[in-house]
Design a protein around this ligand. Structure first.
Ligand code: ADP
Ligand code: MG
Length: 697
């Protein structure tokens, strides 16, 4: 057995007890695993700032000094440090046994953190604490790695210093065994340093240049293999699946197209072309269509469906809620009126008689296009010849459901699949999460759209919000007021909403004003009735929970008031805001927040005020929360674990890696050439497989 695979407990200085800790805290089983735990930052021994020169506005600094006092104040530990040039306070809100015992007067430490000034006094909140640097730079180089750690590790004696020693020991034993994972030609073409060099220098950098080279090499490797694995899967998939032939453009498409009341945007045209190329390629289409709210995805869906119809196939559009399905149906009927295509609506509330007729029409082929909810997935819904399945708002559907649609194609051949989403996903994440889908993006809004003016306001100033609403209503506009789900219990949420409703009704009394209310506890009938009242302009204000989040289109609504806005995530705020700004009028989004708003939530609200670009918001969301926490993926985190690269921060390199992986596969799709043997071997280990796509939708 190789040393790399030796159990970690046999490394000098570890033993069974520490081995158990390393396993439970960092997932380390072997020497090799240890070497794959990289420092997340480095202490530069040459740059220690004298306290005299520290200023509150400086970014991160290191200071080194002796503790002169250490006091437990009610909720924090206050430590005063003196370095001979001045004194500064270190504040620890998390008081641990470890801190209290170690941070004693008389002992010296190196502190790393962000300085701030409070009442004219300098301090650092929660600095990282390391042993002091003695006698300047040592011979091993000036950069010392700081490893990820936990309270348990520290208490178990695995301090930063010990970690460095363990890494050094493991490296000494394993370095000769570290085998290159990338073929020579790839190293050369991408100017990458060898793996052994990178591993040595990521732990113990010879200098900052060596470190930089090593980081690049390790990140590139990770992203490259990830993309190689995804793209290889896709190559195989598209080679295997037969696609229904959608070749010609016929009368249904042309009749609809020629009667359009507007010109398609450049982005819509481009995407329709991409879809058309896909559907006539001879392979099954599996495409994700991303487009911000209001970018005009419905039109793209309709024209794609008509392409299928013109080639003798049926198509279906599936929406996540009944309200949305109805709205789609109404819109689509309008678009289809210049054609002779018969369209139907199937939802949970279709009557038995309607169902019978629809089932029959689908089976004999007289219904060319059907719009519906999950009801479409039922086993007794059979098509004569389903050629295209369109799924709207995909994050609400699982992959199982996608698979169910696959099985409804004619003669066992799966229909083409178009998945539409208005939740912009950062490109880097989409490339990874939807490795099995091609991605089209509508990145252009129909002309004449004005950005929604957005402001945040404290709930203490609600009066001004009501005044503003009155003015807009006087201009003939309508207003949404949305409440979040606050309590765990549905009943309490409803109370909260109803209290808000009563308040609004009091401020906007009958008969001058009509206020409608919509929430999840109402029957479909009541919900539709109230929704319709608002859509038709019979009510000026709609009070609701987030049920109106997706899709609903009321062009005359110009104001979106979001209550307790601090409780919403960025992408949800963006979705909600997308409900206004659909007409030509100036429109507004008012984010009402209360005194409990955290700094982080404030940052989210500020971002909303500063941009209307869904992709920018999604990127920021990912940076603020990390990719594993993005809405829609949060239940399960990312389906793959990376050791050094970050999907949020290394977007450029991810792109570079993807392009290069594509080039490699283009020359050798199955990685069979001898030069690529290393690549095939590495993929076979399975580290880069994303097995369970259902986890991410
Ligand atoms: P979404 O992408 O959010 O589903 P929709 O398809 O509902 O957007 O379109 C939003 C609105 O924009 C609709 O009222 C639609 O009629 C209109 N629209 C779509 N495409 C265009 C276009 N090219 N020019 C002008 N208006 C358009
Ligand atoms: Mg839509």
């Amino acid at each position: 057995m190789s040393t790399l695979n030796s159990e970690i407990q046999y490394l000098g200085g570890v033993g069974p007890k520490r081995a158990a800790l390393l396993r439970s805290e960092l997932g380390i089983e072997t020497f090799g695993d240890l070497l794959h735990i990289y420092p997340f930052r480095y202490i530069d021994r040459t740059s220690i700032t004298p306290i005299r020169e520290v200023r509150g506005e400086l970014a991160y600094v290191q200071v080194q000094g002796t503790i002169v006092s250490s006091t437990l104040v009610s909720k924090h530990l206050s430590v005063i440090v003196d370095d001979g040039t001045g004194q500064m306070e270190m504040v620890f809100f998390k008081i641990t046994k470890w801190n209290v015992e170690r941070l004693k007067p008389g002992s010296a430490f190196l502190f790393f953190g962000k300085p701030s000034e409070f009442n004219g006094r300098l301090n650092m909140v929660h600095p990282e604490v390391d042993s002091p640097v003695v006698g300047g730079a040592d011979s091993k180089g000036t950069l010392t790695g700081v490893y990820p750690s936990t309270e348990k590790l520290k208490n178990g004696g695995i301090t930063g210093k010990v970690m460095c020693k363990l890494q050094s020991a493991a490296l000494a034993m394993c370095l000769p065994e570290i085998k290159e994972t990338l073929p020579d030609y790839i190293l050369k073409e991408n100017a990458l340093v060898p793996l052994a060099y990178a591993i040595r220098n990521i732990h113990f950098p010879a200098d900052s240049y060596a470190l930089q080279k090593s980081v690049r090499r390790l990140k590139f490797e990770e992203l490259f293999f990830l993309q190689l694995s995804l793209l290889k899967q896709k190559y195989i998939q598209s080679r295997n699946s037969v696609g229904l032939p959608v070749n010609k453009v016929g009368t249904a498409f042309n009749d609809c197209f020629n009667a359009l009341p507007y010109e398609l945007t450049g982005a819509q045209k481009r995407v329709i072309k991409e879809i058309r190329e896909d559907m006539r390629s001879g392979h099954q289409m599996n495409r994700l269509l991303q487009g911000d709210v209001g970018s005009g995805k419905t039109m793209v869906a309709v024209l794609s469906a008509l392409l299928a119809v013109d080639n003798g196939f049926q198509s279906c559009i599936m929406a996540p809620t009944e309200v949305l399905a109805q709205q789609h149906y109404a819109n689509i009927c309008k678009y289809l009126s210049p054609t002779s295509v018969r369209c139907a609506l199937l939802t949970g509330s279709s009557t038995a008689k309607e169902r019978r007729e629809i089932h029959a029409g689908l089976e004999d082929g007289s219904i060319g296009m059907i719009v519906g909810t999950h009801a479409l997935l039922e086993d007794n819904v059979l098509f004569r010849s389903l050629g295209l399945a369109i799924i709207d708002e995909q994050h609400r559907f699982g992959v199982d459901q996608r698979a169910k649609l696959w099985s409804k194609g004619p003669g066992g051949i799966p229909p083409h699949v178009l998945v539409m989403t208005a939740t912009p996903i950062p490109r880097t994440l989409a490339m990874t999460l939807y490795g099995d889908l091609d991605v089209s993006v509508i990145d252009e809004m129909p002309p004449g759209r004005k950005p929604v003016k957005t402001a945040m306001i404290s709930d203490a100033k609600k009066g001004s919000v009501y005044n503003f609403m009155r003015k807009q209503i006087a201009l003939g506009r309508q207003v949404f007021v949305v409440y979040p789900l606050i309590f765990e219990s549905e009943k309490m949420d409803l109370n909260n909403l109803e209290m808000g409703y009563e308040e609004i009704v009091k401020r906007f009394p009958d008969p001058d004003y009509k206020v409608a209310i919509v929430h999840g506890q109402q029957t479909a009938e009541v919900k539709n009735f109230n929704m319709a009242a608002f859509a038709a302009g019979r009510a000026q204000i709609l009070v609701s929970t987030t049920v109106i989040e997706v899709g609903v289109d009321v062009p005359n609504a110009s104001v979106m008031v979001i209550e307790s806005a601090q409780r919403f995530g960025l992408s949800q705020l963006h979705q909600l805001r997308g409900r206004v700004g659909r007409g030509a009028d100036e429109s507004y989004c008012i984010l009402v927040h209360d005194y409990k708003t955290s700094a982080e939530a404030r940052k989210r609200l500020e971002l909303m005020c500063n941009t209307n670009d869904g992709f920018e918001i999604a990127e920021e969301d990912m940076k603020m929360r990390g990719p594993g926490d993005l809405e829609g993926t949060q239940q399960s985190g990312l389906p793959i674990k990376l050791s050094i690269a970050s999907l949020a921060k290394d977007g450029l390199m991810l792109n570079e890696a993807r392009v290069y992986a594509d080039k490699v596969l283009d020359a050798d799709p199955k990685l069979e050439l001898p030069v690529n043997k290393l690549l095939a071997d590495e993929l076979r280990k399975g580290k880069y497989d994303i097995k369970d796509y259902s986890k991410i939708s």
